[in-house]
Design a protein around this ligand. Structure first.
Ligand code: ADP
Ligand code: MG
Length: 336
């Protein structure tokens, strides 16, 4: 059978159309750059990854599981129930996170202390009660604060004092960022960036095929957390990074006193020194997050000593000198 020219043309259109429809239907599973933002842990998460799979729902299910495990704001979370003494059994998230947190408490000689919550609350953070504690109240609450009074044994947590409260807020965002990064790696994804409230894990290349350009915020005083000025951009291919700063999340008392939300567990009082922000790079984001908070407690000098003793940690500090000028100190090697 011989086809006429117009029939042949029609057939060609038909074939081209079918191929086009097949390709566009398949587009959902094509390897491409995928991006989304979602609220989680009281802040915002941003994820960018290159993959044939849409992992949005898997990622969110994992993080909602973590939130139901360690949120201080959800009365039904495992951690809330442990804090009320209703259970001592750790779920799978806490079995992983609690030992990490405990080790950092030991490594920082208690600058990082997961039992600090009563003091955080007394100073008006966490649940914002707004009433400053007296010296006697601080001394009395300090008797509840010591990570050494809790033990982790066979998937259970044992508290010497039933009134001890465990608070993982200073490590939770970093841990959540690690969870998402590990999930992406498990799906064979090597180019990604995950950020939860400023804590970041990145891998491989950005969508332009370059290192990820990570901005470190200039410590502009801003208790609303809405102003963003960049102090420096660091290029990273693979790394976990977290920042702690007392230029945000501070609290101004009626008499104009500025109080940080980071508490020094050795004094029971909000930290006060010239270190404005600590950005830490570490093998995992949970570790970076906890050390960032610890460095804010220790201050510059001690933090630099700790960095010197731990080759797996790098840091970028922003501080004020005696004249009030911004200065920086860094051990971060760019372009890793
Ligand atoms: P930042 O981004 O400044 O590190 P985070 O949200 O990570 O802030 O941590 C702040 C929270 O950490 C506080 O609200 C409090 O619950 C907790 N926290 C304060 N001081 C300490 C401390 N010395 N050790 C552990 N956790 C702390
Ligand atoms: Mg932190």
């Amino acid at each position: 059978m011989k086809l006429k020219k117009c029939q042949l043309l029609f057939l060609l259109f038909l074939i081209a159309g079918t191929i086009y429809i097949a390709v566009s239907n398949n587009d959902a599973s094509a390897v491409r750059i995928r991006k989304f933002s979602e609220p989680i842990f009281g802040t915002l998460m941003n994820v960018t990854y290159t993959s044939s799979e849409d992992l949005h729902d898997t990622i969110m299910a994992c993080l909602h599981g973590a939130d139901a495990s360690m949120s201080m704001f959800n009365p039904q979370s495992t951690l809330s129930r442990i804090n009320r003494g209703e259970t001592d059994a750790l779920d799978m998230y806490l079995q992983e996170l609690l030992p990490i947190a405990y080790n950092i408490s030991e490594a920082t000689d208690g600058a990082f202390d997961i039992t600090v919550a009563p003091l955080v609350n007394a100073w008006g953070f966490g649940f914002k009660n707004g009433q400053l504690p007296t010296d006697e109240q601080v001394d009395s609450l300090l008797t509840l604060v010591d990570f050494r009074t809790i033990k982790i044994l066979d998937g259970h947590v044992i508290k010497d004092n039933p009134n001890t409260v465990i608070d993982l807020s200073a490590i939770a965002k970093g841990f959540g960022t690690d969870l998402v990064a590990n999930l992406l790696r498990k799906h064979g994804i090597s180019d990604f960036m995950v950020e939860i409230g400023g804590e970041i894990v990145c891998s491989g290349n950005n969508p332009k095929g370059e290192a990820w350009h990570i901005g470190i915020n200039r410590p502009v005083e801003d208790s609303t957390g809405t102003k963003n000025e960049i102090q420096e951009i660091i290029d990273v291919h693979n790394g976990a990074m977290a920042t702690s700063g007392n230029y945000r999340n501070f609290y101004i008392t009626d008499d104009g006193c500025k109080l940080s939300h980071t508490i020094d567990p050795s004094t029971g009082r909000p930290v006060r020194h010239n270190l404005l922000s600590a950005t830490v790079m570490a093998p995992s984001c949970a570790v970076a997050d906890a050390f960032a908070t610890s460095f804010m407690v220790m201050g510059m000098e001690k933090a630099i000593t700790v960095i010197g003793q731990n080759p797996q940690l790098q840091a970028y500090f922003i501080y004020t000198d005696s004249l009030g000028n911004y200065r920086t100190w860094s051990s971060i090697q760019a372009g890793k």
